[in-house]
Design a protein around this ligand. Sequence first.
Ligand SMILES: C=C1C[C@]23C[C@@]1(O)CC[C@H]2[C@@]12CCC[C@@](C)(C(=O)O1)[C@H]2[C@@H]3C(=O)O
Ligand SMILES: O=C(O)CCC(=O)C(=O)O
Ligand SMILES: [Fe+2]
Length: 368
Amino acid sequence: MIMPTASEPIRHHHAHPIDFESVREVPDSHAWPDLHDHPTASAQGAAVPVIDLSATATNVLEQLARACESWGAFQVTGHGVPTGLLRRVEAAARGLFALPTNRKLEAARPDDGVSGYGRARISCFFPKLMWSEGFTIAGSPLDHARTLWPDDDPLAFCDVIEEYKEEMKKLARKLMRMMLVSLGLTVAEAEGKTGWIGPSEEAGGMSAVLQLNSYPVCPDPDRAMGMAAHTDSTLLTLLFQSNTSGLQVLQVVGDNGRDRTARWVTVPPMPGALIVNVGDLFQILSNGRYRSVVHRAVVSRTSHRVSVAYMCGPPAASKVEPIGKLVGPGCGPVYRPVTWPEYLSVKGKLFDKALASVMRTEVSLERI
Ligand SMILES: C=C1C[C@]23C[C@@]1(O)CC[C@H]2[C@@]12CCC[C@@](C)(C(=O)O1)[C@H]2[C@@H]3C(=O)O
Ligand SMILES: O=C(O)CCC(=O)C(=O)O
Ligand SMILES: [Fe+2]
């Protein structure tokens, strides 16, 4: 794997994105030498679990616990989000990325901002550029939409984004509750402990950022990287990858100290399913019991893939810390309290060392 150089973020000199549509080969700026750092699992191997949330009679909570403990990711069906809305949000994302580059650059994310068009934030930790474009929406999409579609009705885009965010919010609250209960909390404890997912949203509810990703077709997918390996700095991420494969999660096979081996496992697209990733903040909340999943996206020679990630976190002012009931007598709280903005700032400096840096004591790095 190309190792990020956490201490010195790289300033890429290519201010303008390459024209992915017209290039016939992968330029040196985008050629990754080591895409095959770990083997890719065969189709017959173990797969990321699929959990039907509507199957209330079955042991959904046990399935969730197993999926979170052994993978940090799972697919959900029976989630109640209408298929038509998934289609519409995909079309909205495709419409946005199909705009001319100069129009998209007018909506570029400012250096000090969160929202807008550009390459993934983590780009600066890697010497090579990724084969993707992103659009980040924090708060209302209206200003972006007015810039992107000055001659058309911006509300067409905004309506679908707002509707999608509402549905995702409901689902994220439900999943948060179920995952906390799967860790041994009562429903009342799950709702009360943090105050973010209770029946009323008095404590501010959860906050979220919507990330649209576009992975154009690539003439040499074995040398290009769609989205480099990372964990999400969220509590949970709900990802829609439509019907195009690309997402891979890192499965750690042997976890006995130095013999740790890992492989990339492709998450196959399933019609109507959503993928749930455990994020870094859930790892903190659960005192390390559910660990955030390392994942990446690879690209294809034939399909232009888009994905939509609902990146869900606590309200900005809330401290996230290990839940008391999950802190055993033999093991104190592993992490110190952090707010989401504090953690994002640490992640922006230390990338894959961020979780280690918010540990309370010098616990062995093997634990994270
Ligand atoms: C809330 C956030 C998570 C994120 C950084 C951000 O401030 C806004 C963009 C998010 C995103 C989306 C694509 C992948 C990712 C790693 C990135 O580069 O930007 C995530 C960030 C994250 O989870 O750390
Ligand atoms: O496109 C994908 O499948 C992954 C995207 C992702 O990891 C992200 O947006 O954080
Ligand atoms: Fe991610």
